[in-house]
Each structure stands twice: as C-alpha cells, then as structure tokens.
Design a protein around this ligand. Structure first.
Ligand code: DQA
Length: 141
C-alpha cells in the first residue's frame, strides 16, 4: 500500500511556531515519526510539504493511479480551499484529514473545513499520534 502524506503551509515551522499549540518537535521529527509508523505497519509513505495551495493541488492530482490513499493536513488551507477539496474529489482516493491541534476549540474561522466534505475521517488534537492513527485506519479498512 502506498500512502501520500501531504502537509500544508507552516507545518514545516512546527517546533518554532506557537509551541504552546504545536509542541516543540520539528517537521523532521514528524517525518521520522510517520516513517517509523509506516515501517511498523508495512506500508510505503511518501512525503510532501508546501506553503503553496496550487502546488498542493498539483501534488494531489499526481497521486491519481499512483497512490492508494492520502493523509492530508492542509493547515490554514483547510478553512479556505475549495481547490484542494476539488482536487481530492477529482482523484477520488481514500483520504484522512489530520490536524495536530483540536481546531474545534480554537477560533471561529477554523470551524469550517472544506476538506472534511470529502475526507473519510478527520483526526485532530492528537499531535503526531493523529498521523499514526490515520495510517492505521487506512491500512485496516
Ligand atoms: C492545523 C490547524 C489549522 O487551523 C492551522 O491553520 C494550521 C495547523 C493543525 O494541524 O492543527 O496551520 O492544521
């Protein structure tokens, strides 16, 4: 099984950005954590991080007929991007939405998620563990 793990803007800044929300570990730590989880589960993961909405759309399109599933933390684009929602609908690949923080307890503008309209499952507020839960869900389903 091949899973694409996509992280949106500023996820590369974890460890620096708002540590009271996102913790002290870095994006490199996150990639290592997900890679180890994938190895334990016996699945292949490929990572993509971008601050650019269009690049994320292009990456999702490139998953068509190449990846079996997508794990995506669209970060701020969660709350704004119809283009990312449409890209996911276009490729029609099973997708889990992940957020490090529990967005339900945060600002009003974070309460809408366009990606959630397509995602099979949303996992939030579990930090790195949310990505592990996403992989486990996709492997076991
Ligand atoms: C986030 C939550 C978003 O609201 C925010 O814009 C992010 C990160 C999370 O992982 O908790 O950048 O997706």
């Amino acid at each position: 099984m091949k899973i694409k793990v996509i992280n949106g803007p500023n996820i590369n800044m974890i460890g620096i950005r708002e540590p009271q929300i996102y913790g002290n570990k870095t994006y490199k730590d996150l990639v290592e954590f997900i890679q180890k989880t994938a190895d334990d589960l016996g699945v292949t993961v490929d990572f993509f991080q971008s601050n650019s909405e269009g690049d994320i759309v292009t990456e999702i399109q490139s998953c068509y007929q190449t990846f079996d599933a997508i794990v995506i933390n669209p970060a701020a684009y969660t709350h704004t991007s119809v283009a990312i929602l449409d890209a996911l609908k276009s490729v029609n690949i099973p997708t889990v939405e992940v957020h490090l923080s529990d967005v339900t307890t945060r600002e009003d503008f974070r309460q809408i998620s366009f990606v959630r309209l397509y995602a099979e499952k949303t996992i939030m507020g579990l930090g790195f563990e949310g990505y592990a839960k996403a992989l486990e869900y996709l492997v076991n389903k």
